[in-house]
Ligand binder design. Structure first.
Ligand code: ATP
Length: 424
């Protein structure tokens, strides 16, 4: 983890939030390379959800909602973390994280667990005395339930169908830590799949497999992914699984939860809002409250685990063997020498041409070996070098990050060459 944190800072993937003020625990900023990778990741998720699945549409809901939402969802009452405090050093620990009955820091005696609500409160309004207490959303999915009727009324969807969303969530985590793993502000990607109760079992199994396949396709070592089956279940749930990264250096391994939510959420909102949130089947005329299968994952946790999974130290190089579609740059272009205008001109031409189709980096500092290593460290899968021969034979050298093999490619076919490589 220390190596990943240091790489993230050194190369501009992730910075500590408010660093010049000494930081602010549980908050991070994505830097120039990190935001590219995170956007690639989110785009892959979004396209997979909405393009590959005809019956899923997206929304982008507000972070602050009517505060009643959090009463209806049960978060005001039950979004609590049980904590135990050490009687000696007064440090607090999530009871869930404690292996034994003693303080992990000093061995002191621990108090009985106490409950802390982790919703982040805020106030809306400008006039003192008239301000309304509200919450930053504790989970992104609630807006999907709120918009479910609007989505049905404005699209041609019928059950079964899904609504997906990527968005920020906020939690007053008692023990933020492990870098991006447990933050107070983070991003979630959710799918809420609405179906008939008779089909819950089928869809639950379908989404469990479908989501695992998606992650497996992205990780460098897919065999490190697994399922964790929950034994303690919410009263409305029949089963719950986590997709986990088994080499997680953090206290737990969860990346995403596959949840059986039944009609708990829609029935709760129907009760609290007084609105009818039932669905009428157009053919059978059956009226029912849809049941929901949820897949809810953490964008930042996935980002962190992808980096950990892709990180290799090989002899004198550090290399991120990231999926090419995730890497901040898909290729980098170098002129062999920076002080030879004819090389720089040709390399710039290739760089600008490639940029129309891919995310491309440019480097003309130091020697070629150093440039390769600098690109390996940020996961760039291909480096393109323009040398003196290129001016004669109209070819460039393409070097592969993982095999370090080099091949000569025709400049005229370079866009197709990368299209083929990146589609496979
Ligand atoms: P945990 O048990 O780790 O607190 P959770 O079970 O409460 O997580 P969910 O409410 O199911 O998590 O949220 C869905 C996903 O959001 C999680 O699988 C995780 O990837 C991500 N997530 C939850 N809390 C955080 C956090 N504090 N920081 C970063 N990501 C988080």
């Amino acid at each position: 983890m220390d190596k990943i944190v240091s790489l993230c800072k050194r190369r501009g993937f992730v910075f500590q939030g408010s660093e010049i003020y000494g930081g602010f625990q549980g908050f991070y900023d994505y830097g120039p390379l990190g935001v590219e990778m995170k956007n690639n990741l989110k785009q892959l998720w979004w396209e997979w959800m909405t393009v590959e699945h005809d019956d899923i549409v997206g929304i982008d809901g507000a972070i602050i909602t009517n505060p009643k939402v959090w009463e209806a969802s049960g978060h005001v009452k039950s979004f609590v973390d049980p904590l135990s405090e050490c009687k000696k050093c007064h440090k607090r620990f999530r009871t869930d994280d404690l292996a034994g009955k003693k303080c992990p820091e000093c061995g002191g005696e621990l108090t009985k667990p106490k409950q802390f609500n982790i919703l982040v409160p805020t106030q809306i309004g400008v006039i003192e005395g008239e301000k309304v207490n509200a919450y930053l959303r504790g989970e992104a999915c609630q807006t999907i339930y709120l918009d479910y009727k609007n989505v049905l009324n404005t699209t041609r969807l019928k059950i079964p169908f899904g609504i997906c969303q990527i968005g920020k969530a906020f939690r007053n985590e008692v023990t933020p830590g492990n870098f991006l793993f447990r933050q107070r502000e983070f991003e979630q990607w959710d799918l809420q799949w609405f179906c008939h109760s008779s089909e819950m079992e089928k869809w639950f199994d379908f989404w469990k497999k479908e989501r695992m396949d998606w992650y497996k396709n992205l990780f460098t070592n897919p065999e490190r992914l697994g399922f964790y089956q929950h034994e303690k279940l919410a009263h409305y749930a029949k089963k719950a699984f986590d997709i986990i990264y088994e080499k997680s250096p953090c206290e737990i391994q969860e990346i995403e939860g596959i949840h059986w939510r039944g009609d708990w959420d829609l029935s709760g909102h129907a009760k609290y809002s007084g609105q009818d949130l039932s669905y009428t089947d157009r053919e059978t005329k059956e009226k029912f409250v849809p049941q929901i299968v949820e897949t809810s994952g953490g964008v930042d946790r996935t980002f962190l685990f992808l980096l950990i999974d892709a990180y290799y130290e090989e002899k004198d190089r550090v290399v991120l063997k990231l999926h090419p579609k995730l890497a901040p740059y898909q290729a980098a272009v170098f002129p062999l020498l920076k002080n030879k205008p004819e090389l720089v001109e040709k390399a710039k031409e290739i760089y600008l041409n490639l940029k129309k189709n891919f995310k491309v980096g440019w480097d003309d500092r130091g020697n070629i070996g150093k440039r390769y290593f600098a690109q390996d460290e940020i996961g760039t899968p291909y480096c393109v070098t323009v040398d003196f021969e290129s001016l004669e034979d109209k070819k460039v050298t393409v070097r592969d990050r993982d095999t370090m093999k080099q091949e000569r490619i025709n400049i005229s076919g370079i866009v197709d060459y990368f299209k083929n490589k990146l589609d496979n």
